[in-house]
Structures are given as structure tokens and as C-alpha cells.
Ligand binder design. Structure first.
Ligand code: 5GP
Length: 189
């Protein structure tokens, strides 16, 4: 059986990775396993444990590092985020594509370990627009917003490391472009 694709969706925080992912499922009926990450970040209002993230203590996260349970992990604005490895592998072995929604340090680790991964970087129309989107979520303090914007400026410099760069000027358009990239990679286009 053909192994499932490993799809890396990266790009700065607030660029709309999650919105694009949901659009791919809801509007195009694309099927894949969305990898639920582990994080030490506190849940935002409306976020559910086991659905949005596995919310864990720093001790639990460290234990998972020590046991080598992550395909990749990274520190992002004072919190840690990681991709549990076994589940990703088991879906891929069953021929099911897996989508990772991760920041750039983690994406770099995955690209090094899995050179066959399909890497897609989403860029915002502008940094001003990105800041407006992060502020619009009303989930972060001013200091955290500034840190996320500093990080975004750094992450944007890494776009050329990815196989595809897609502008999220409009969710429907960006999702359509990403759908076509995935279908082409599957060889079903
Ligand atoms: P947020 O706190 O906004 O949910 O996530 C912060 C950043 O971490 C986002 O860019 C998000 O895509 C990224 N992220 C989420 N899960 C993971 C993960 O498992 N590994 C890495 N490296 N980044 C992640």
C-alpha cells in the first residue's frame, strides 16, 4: 500500500492555517488526519483538550521529550509545542495523509527527517494585516502580540525553504490553491 503523504502547513501565527485546514475539509471534502499537537500553552476560550491540542504541564511535555515521543517539537513565545510521532506514522502506514500545522522550527525538523514531506508555507497579504488578525482574536496580551509579531517577521524570511508558498489574501482562494497542491501530490489530479 502507498504510504500517506505528510503535509506540513506552516506560516506565522495568525496567518489562517487552521481556517484554511477547516475550509479544505468542509468545502472540498478533503480527507486527511489532522495531527493534534501537545502544548504547554493554556487553552483559549472555546478550545478543547484532545481536539485543538493536548494541553499538558511542562513536566509532562518534558517527559515526552525524554521518551523521544515527538516527531518534532519547538518553543514558541514562552510555550512548547510538539507533534506526537507514533500516531502520525500509524496513519501514514495505513495510506492516510497526515497534515501538520506547525511553526517554522518544527517544520525544519520534519523536512530534515522526512525529505518526502509536502511543505507549504502560508503568507499573509501584509504584516499589518497579520497584526490586525492576531488582535482580532482578542486572545493575547499586548506583550504576547508583540512577541508573536517579532516571531512572524523572522518566520517570513524562511518561506523559500518550502516547496510551495501560498498567500492567504482570501481563504477560499488560498484553500483552493492548497487543495490543488495536495491533489497533485496524491497523483489524483
Ligand atoms: P498557537 O498558540 O497560536 O495555537 O500556536 C502557536 C504556533 O505554534 C502556531 O504557528 C502553530 O501552528 C504552532 N504549532 C502548533 N502545534 C505545533 C507543533 O506541534 N509543533 C510546532 N513546531 N509548532 C506547532
Amino acid at each position: 500500500m502507498k504510504k500517506g503523504l505528510l503535509i506540513i502547513l506552516s506560516g506565522p501565527s495568525g496567518v489562517g492555517k487552521g481556517t484554511v485546514r477547516k475550509y479544505l475539509i468542509e468545502h472540498f471534502g478533503l480527507t486527511f488526519y489532522y495531527s493534534i499537537s501537545m502544548t504547554t500553552r493554556a487553552p483559549r476560550a472555546g478550545e478543547e483538550d484532545g481536539k485543538d491540542y493536548f494541553f499538558v504541564t511542562p513536566e509532562t511535555f518534558q517527559r515526552n521529550i525524554d521518551q523521544d515521543n515527538f516527531l518534532e517539537w519547538a518553543e514558541f513565545v514562552n510555550n512548547r509545542y510538539g507533534t506526537p510521532r507514533d500516531i502520525v506514522e500509524s496513519y501514514r502506514e495505513k495510506g492516510i495523509d497526515v497534515l501538520l500545522e506547525i511553526e517554522t522550527n518544527g517544520a525544519k525538523q520534519v523536512m530534515a527527517k522526512c525529505p518526502d514531506a509536502l511543505s507549504i508555507f502560508i503568507v499573509p497579504p501584509s504584516l499589518e494585516e497579520l497584526e490586525a488578525r492576531i488582535r482580532g482574536r482578542h486572545t493575547e496580551s499586548e506583550a504576547t502580540i508583540q512577541k508573536r509579531m517579532d516571531k512572524a517577521r523572522e518566520e517570513m524570511k524562511l518561506a523559500s525553504n518550502y516547496s510551495y508558498v501560498v498567500a492567504n489574501d482570501d481563504v477560499a482562494r488560498a484553500a483552493e490553491e492548497i487543495r490543488d497542491i495536495i491533489l497533485r501530490a496524491r497523483g489524483s489530479f
